[in-house]
Ligand binder design. Structure first.
Ligand code: GLA
Length: 363
């Protein structure tokens, strides 16, 4: 054989082999799950149902292929006061849903966030506007000490207080029955103090919506300072992140994260979903390939931002797993009773959507 031809042929062979190895190697390095993709960044979680309100437990709704993506779970409703509390005394507390989740979490090496101890929309029989401050305080202490104490060392983070800040004008949500019974915001610092005493190692979070709005955030920061919440056990802020395809800008998210970094707090993204309408009056729209792409790009830019800020972002939780189960279908102005929305990473059949892959491979 001609020598020149032989050399040419063998170098071509080397190039082909090197290319194949590179392709295989890159393929091997690609993460298979979100959990793997973000293992060096933050916990990646979802809020799930555990059979509360007659719903199906999440492990019957989604198969292991889907569930193996998560390293953290919270419950959509099952750990709220109205589900857990019916009367004073731990014998009246309904822990079965939370225990069920913890059993699954333990078996799968997943951490659990507790959502939530204090929320004006779920006060159960613990407080009413006519109650004295002393009685309300005693009930709050009894509830939080028993509840957090029961799950000590098993629930790693609690959304201690949810949505106690006003949306305009005054700092606090003054129409909350807790605020009225106490005659002021001291119930918030009490809640942190009781939770910290019950489990000193748990992360204690203040959770709210519109945290990226600078005016609302200023009120949140004021509360943290005014009530000395860090001294009471607060470790971080929960950004609910019910966002849409355009709001908020990445700049706003960065500013928000910078702010809490400066305050020495961590950030938990607690309820992320992307409303595909962004306006409660719009008519229902189909899930077109254009929308699918927009949603994938949006999720990708948001996750890239979280990853860049992984020194402060310590967990990211989506509010649900698949589009089959999301509160956003009913988040529209009457008379529209229901409008199909597509805010999550999996579709109606539990199949991964394009936005799942855009964050799985985000670089
Ligand atoms: C708020 C609450 C959540 C949930 C959502 C909507 O964000 O914090 O617990 O109720 O509203 O479903």
């Amino acid at each position: 054989m001609n020598k020149r031809f032989y050399i040419k042929k063998s170098s071509l062979f080397i190039v082909v082999v090197a290319f194949a190895v590179a392709v295989i190697f890159t393929g091997c390095n690609r993460p298979e799950t979100l959990r793997e993709a973000y293992q060096d960044d933050f916990y990646i979680g979802a809020a799930v149902t555990v059979g509360d309100f007659q719903s199906q437990p999440f492990y019957k709704m989604y198969d292991e292929e889907v569930l193996k993506n998560y390293s953290s779970f919270s419950t959509e409703n099952a750990m709220k006061p109205e589900v857990v509390y019916s009367d004073r005394g731990p014998e009246h507390y309904r822990y079965k849903y939370a225990e069920d989740l913890l059993r699954y979490a333990n078996e799968h090496d997943i951490v659990v966030r507790g959502h939530t101890l204090l929320w004006h929309q779920s006060v159960a029989k613990m407080v009413s506007v006519n109650m004295s401050k002393e009685e309300a305080r005693a009930n709050l202490e009894e509830f939080i000490s028993n509840y957090v104490g029961h799950f000590k060392g098993r629930v790693y983070a609690w959304d201690v207080a949810n949505e106690v800040i006003s949306d305009s004008g005054e700092v606090y949500r003054e129409r909350s029955p807790w605020y009225i019974a106490y005659g002021g915001p001291e119930y918030i610092s009490d809640a942190f103090m009781f939770a910290h005493a019950a489990d000193p190692d748990a992360e204690l979070i203040y959770n709210d919506y519109s945290v990226v709005d600078s005016a609302k955030r200023a009120r949140i920061k004021r509360m943290i300072v005014e009530l000395k919440l860090k001294e009471k056990g607060l470790t971080g802020v929960g950004i609910q992140a019910h966002w849409n395809l355009t709001y908020p800008s990445i700049e706003m998210i960065n500013e928000t994260l910078d702010d809490f970094r400066r305050m020495g707090l961590t950030v938990h993204i607690t309820e992320l979903d992307i409303d595909c309408y962004g306006d409660p009056d719009l008519p229902e729209q189909e899930y077109t390939s254009k929308l699918e792409k927009k949603l994938a790009d949006r999720y990708e830019e948001i996750f890239l931002c979280f990853r860049e800020n992984n020194d402060v972002v310590s967990s990211v939780t989506t509010w649900g797993i698949g589009d089959d189960h999301t509160w956003l279908h009913k988040f529209c102005t009457r008379p529209i009773p229901y409008r199909t929305n597509y805010p999550l990473l999996f579709d109606y059949k539990g199949e991964a959507k394009k936005c799942f892959y855009s964050i799985l491979y985000a670089k």
